[in-house]
Write a protein that binds this ligand. Structure first.
Ligand SMILES: [Cu+2]
Length: 170
């Protein structure tokens, strides 16, 4: 019985990894965080030719990591609420990062990395990802709804922990 349950848990975990997922499950509020998006497969077997990460409104200071064989394009946008960073008022920030290249065959996985500044408030963040393939595309943009309902294409999620809560627990 116990063995069966462990196997079920293992299968659930490996299925989750087969999507587009975030390697980091948690981050600390108000810090610069490395975010690694793992692409586990193509679109229905078709190779991946581009990945676009859409940044949540509260995430600023994003810098993509260079990647051999892939070109990077960023899109800046206006923030609805200006934020302060390094003693300066920031009104625009990178809102999208696109890597174009590959193509990444379905038989392989790959990682796409940015560094971003997380918001001061703790909570859950969702990073929508668009995967373009040689044939077709996938939108990883589903938000969790009712408990127990399995999503087909969930948006990668990050748990932002309070800045002091991470250091000591009660
Ligand atoms: Cu998958």
């Amino acid at each position: 019985m116990k063995k069966t349950m462990m196997l079920a848990a293992f299968l659930a975990a490996s299925q989750a990894q087969a999507h587009v997922t975030l390697e980091q499950a948690t981050g600390v509020a108000d810090t610069y965080q490395k975010l690694t998006f793992r692409v586990g497969h193509g679109c229905d077997g078709s190779p991946t030719k581009s990945i676009t990460v859409l940044l949540p409104e509260s995430v600023i200071g994003t810098k993509p990591m260079q990647k051999a064989g892939w070109k990077i394009k960023t899109v800046e946008g206006k923030l609805s609420v200006p934020v302060e960073a390094h003693g300066r008022k920031i009104t625009t920030a990178v809102r999208e990062v696109t890597w174009t290249g590959g193509p990444l065959a379905d038989e392989f996985f790959d990682e796409f990395t940015v560094q971003s500044k997380l918001p001061a408030e703790a909570g859950k963040l969702y990073f929508r990802v668009v995967q373009e393939c040689v044939k077709g595309s996938m939108a990883w943009d589903e938000m969790p709804g009712e408990a127990g309902v399995k999503l087909k294409a969930p948006a990668p999620a990050l748990d932002v922990l309070p800045a002091d809560g991470a250091a000591h627990q009660h």
